[in-house]
Ligand binder design. Structure first.
Ligand code: SF4
Length: 891
């Protein structure tokens, strides 16, 4: 028998862009074996916990499979014609700016290209923006201001060749795990390599840090101004590089010295030790090979663009750019944020890194697309776009592959805006998201395992995403859906047979009049403009530019000290540091920081399908420093209400020394679908950077107080349940069961009846039932067994204490419970001799915290390698290594 074919594709999650080898096990059942691609230069065979679990996310569970209008299934022709008619009607009555597209870094480059071409090239508005606005639009402004182009200079090998890596505003260990692992291994090979982490929180990334600067939130711009002043004061500038390759240094340095010239004052303002700050500055000055990695902690700020330039200024001032092992390196969050930048997916850019407000660029793109209606001014950026929808100025919006009701700041307002918008189209592969629920028209798009096209990772590397399965149901590629609507609106230039056709057009535009005569542009993949289908299918990962001068791609930019400004020189940008717009006060005394977890992606529509990814952090949590917890009367694991001026939420408390006093951290992932009150972006202030439009998602003033329910419950069921009207509810998919954490503020009159009503549809009168009640204690336990196999259990308590769920959950894997297990079932505690494994630490092998702690003590384990040899934990994807190190300290 022939071996099933292995398909090379790429991971759909973070911007690292890991290569994947997918081997289909059963095409009909959508089962596939996932491995890292040993040949892919981003990951050389490694995958993190999310990538490794991709095989668990490709089932048809919760897939949108058919077009719908107003909740009723329809055919594609009707749906497409309806969308085209509605958009045409709004445009003819109110003008082109009355419609909008809100798209996503999850789209493939070809999808993105066609969406942008339709809106900016033919509808004639630039009202297309992307969820990448929330992620890295400040980094785009930073690069464009300094280099004259949105050009990332570095690559992953630079991380391995550096003497010093500065990780600022980046929990790389959790958000870009495979890049982090490359750094970790490089440091193991070269112990002289130094790592500095600049972050208010002590994250898992600090595990490899020589120095952690727990900077006060919002002070990064000031800190890097201080570095620039220090470099000047200590004669550490590369004056020759500055003179030959840069402009505007004097005013930039003057501002740095004026704002941050005194190291003691700077340290005090940043709330770090002057000694540590001086150490970082001395390392930066002394090492020639320095890479500064920055991410959302820098970008998601009302002064994010300036912070990016404060970092770039220091690299230009020391000439630490353009050579191996050095440079300012923006880490993008999404798999194709970079592809979106290339095609002009942001409302303030045109295709192929050209500018909307440059008449020559507009003219050039118009001639290439054969359109006289190319937009020539910026459209509405994400926050402004949803404000315009709320105000009724935008009357038709098409949302593609993203979930703004969860991810946008002031998310409740976004939800209301979509509820009142006259016409909302959503194309997605998922049937039930907080945003899909509000759509008038639902268009089923192909999912990751069915998509065919390209993505660009954060080091400018274009890789193929190849289909593993044929499209499910009636799902279609996004580019096809957009092109069909465009044609029905009467526009020419949208007849494509395949994603390869679109890629070639995109490549041709990148090279169109891109020369010395017309002006050189950074983004140029013209060498790929004439490839055939076979060559597209076998396209190898390659870093742009890919043109006549660099047919094999370009590893690193600016080696010759030439930039994409008019005179070829880089520009220093004067930075006058500003703090967050909304500051803490008596009513809202704490700063809310939001971010990602290790095992979840965005709004969990896919990662929450994988049980092994849900066990690490199953509930919305709020991390708080012990002093703040004490002041607020919060105990570990209790429930808390967090409020801002914009909204509120409930979360489970994690008291942690790693949190800076005065700050809270809440993960961004939870949705209404999975939690009744866990959407943190409902609280986040909608303030934006005036240049980039990126929201200040890291700094919202909030308060926190205990939320004391009258009862809490743990419900486990082999079948999913429909639970309504519960004040606090979190739904978690487990391996063979569903877990519900519930709590309420109204007393339950009849606990037995209430418990049975929860299981209503699934309750089988012929099953066995176990029951225990302690009315005085307000405690009730109920279990249902079908032929000795556990079907469901309900544990309710008027007190906060409920048993940890690990042991109970493990019972769902057993074909029959023995007598001892049945006896223990109602206590929720394992029988003597058995142990609850605790929360999951190692996702690959499902190993819990308590198991690891006990093994450390029992077997005197002293290192991560010891734990790996004993339990296997940490030997799979490696994402848990930092937490294993913490457990070694804790044991
Ligand atoms: S680091 Fe993980 S999430 Fe990111 S691309 Fe690689 S496997 Fe995917």
């Amino acid at each position: 028998m022939l071996n099933p074919p292995t398909i090379k594709t790429t991971c759909p999650y973070c911007g690292v862009g890991c290569g994947i080898e997918a081997t289909v096990i059963n095409a009909e059942q959508h089962t596939v074996k996932i491995n890292g691609d040993p040949q892919h230069p981003a990951n050389f065979g490694r995958l993190c916990s999310k990538g490794a679990a991709l095989g668990d996310t490709v089932s048809l569970e919760n897939r949108l499979l058919y077009p719908e209008i107003d909740g009723r299934r329809t055919d594609w022709d009707t749906a497409l014609q309806h969308v085209a008619n509605q958009f045409k009607s709004v445009i003819s009555e109110y003008g082109a700016d009355a419609v909008a597209f809100y798209v996503s870094g999850q789209l493939l480059t070809e999808d993105y290209y066609v969406a942008n071409k339709l809106m900016k090239g033919f509808i004639g508005s630039a009202n297309i923006d992307t969820n990448s606005r929330l992620c890295m639009s400040s980094a785009v402004v930073g690069y464009k201001r300094a280099f004259g182009a949105d050009a990332v200079p570095c690559n992953y090998e630079d991380l391995e060749q550096a003497e010093l890596i500065v990780l600022v505003g980046s929990n790389t260990a959790w958000c870009h795990p495979i890049a982090f692992q490359r750094i970790r291994r490089a440091k193991e090979r070269n112990p002289a390599m130094k790592i500095v982490v600049i972050d208010p929180r002590q994250t898992s990334t600090c595990d490899i840090a020589n120095l952690h600067l727990a900077v006060k939130p919002g002070m990064d711009g000031l800190l890097f101004n201080g570095l620039l002043a220090y470099l000047a004061n200590t004669d550490s500038l590369d004056q020759s590089y500055i003179d030959s390759h840069c402009d505007d240094f004097a005013s930039c340095l003057a501002a740095a010295q004026a704002s941050a010239g005194d190291l003691e004052q700077l340290a005090s303002a940043c709330e770090v030790s002057a000694h540590d700050l001086a150490q970082f500055f001395a390392w930066f000055a002394g090492d020639s090979k320095v890479v500064t990695v920055y991410s959302q902690g820098i970008n998601q700020s009302s002064s994010g663009s300036d912070k990016c330039n404060a970092i770039i200024n220091c690299h230009l001032a020391t000439g630490k750019i353009g050579q191996p092992g050095m440079g300012p390196f923006s880490f993008t969050g999404q798999p194709n944020a970079m592809g979106g930048r290339e095609v002009g997916g942001l409302a303030n850019s045109l295709a192929a890194h050209m500018d909307l407000e440059n008449p020559a660029h507009v003219d050039r793109v118009g001639r290439f697309w054969q359109s006289h209606t190319v937009a020539n001014r910026q459209g509405l950026k994400a926050v402004d776009m949803f404000d315009a929808i709320a105000a009724g100025r935008i009357k038709a919006v098409w949302i593609m592959a993203t979930n703004p009701v969860v991810s946008m700041p002031d998310a409740d307002k976004v939800k209301q805006a979509l509820q009142q918008c006259p016409f909302v189209v959503v194309s997605d592969c998922i049937a039930n998201t907080d945003t899909v629920e509000l759509a008038d028209v639902k268009l089923p798009a192909t999912g990751w395992s069915e998509k065919d096209g390209t993505v660009t990772n954060l080091e400018r590397r274009i890789s193929r995403q190849r289909p593993i399965f044929p499209p499910s149901g009636e799902a279609k590629p996004d580019w096809w859906i957009i092109s069909e609507v465009a044609q029905r609106m009467g526009f020419s230039g949208f007849v494509y047979q395949s994603s390869a056709d679109i890629f070639k057009e995109h490549a041709a535009l990148s090279g169109f009049e891109n020369d010395q005569t017309h002006g050189l542009r950074d983004f140029d993949i013209s060498a790929l403009a004439h490839i055939d289908q076979l060559q597209f299918d076998s396209l190898q990962p390659v870093q742009w530019p890919v043109n006549e001068a660099a047919r094999q791609g370009t590893a690193r930019l600016f080696a010759d000290g030439r930039f994409f400004t008019d005179n070829g020189k880089a520009r220093f940008i004067t930075v006058n540091p500003r703090g967050p717009v909304n500051t803490v006060d008596d009513e809202y005394p704490l700063t809310l920081n939001t971010g990602r977890l290790r095992d979840q992606w965005h709004s969990m529509t896919r990662t929450a399908l994988a049980p092994k990814l849900n066990s690490h952090k199953p509930e919305p949590t709020v991390e708080i420093h012990p002093l703040d917890a004490l002041a607020a009367g919060l105990a570990p694991s209790c429930l808390a209400r967090i409020n801002s001026r914009w909204g509120g939420m409930l979360a489970r408390v994690e008291v942690s020394e790693s949190q800076k006093p005065g700050s809270l951290f809440v993960p961004m992932h939870w949705t209404q679908q999975l939690s009744s009150q866990g959407r943190v972006n409902a609280l986040v202030n909608p303030v934006v950077d005036p240049l980039s439009g990126q929201p200040e998602s890291k700094q919202t003033p909030v308060n926190i107080q205990p939320w004391q329910p009258k009862w809490q419950a743990l419900v486990l069921s082999r079948k999913p349940l429909t639970i309504r009207d519960c004040d606090y509810q979190v739904k978690v998919k487990g391996d063979g069961y569903w877990r519900y954490q519930l709590a309420g503020q109204a007393l339950i009159d009849n606990l037995p009846a209430w418990s049975r009503s929860l299981l209503a549809d699934n309750l089988n009168p012929s099953d066995d039932f176990l029951e225990f009640a302690d009315i005085d204690e307000g405690s009730y336990r109920f279990a249902e067994l079908d032929a000795q196999q556990l079907s469901a259990c309900v544990l309710v308590s008027a007190k906060a204490e409920l048993p940890e769920p690990g042991w109970l959950c493990s019972l769902f894997a057993k074909p029959a419970l023995n007598r001892q297990e049945r006896l223990s079932l109602l206590s929720g505690l394992p029988p003597p001799g058995e142990m609850d494994v605790g929360r999951s630490i190692c996702s690959c092998f499902g190993i819990g915290e308590k198991t690891i702690l006990q093994a450390i003590k029992t077997h005197h384990l002293a290192s991560v390698a010891d734990i790996g040899r004993c339990l296997g934990a940490g030997t799979g994807c490696g994402s848990c290594v930092s937490e294993l190190k913490s457990l070694l300290l804790k044991a």
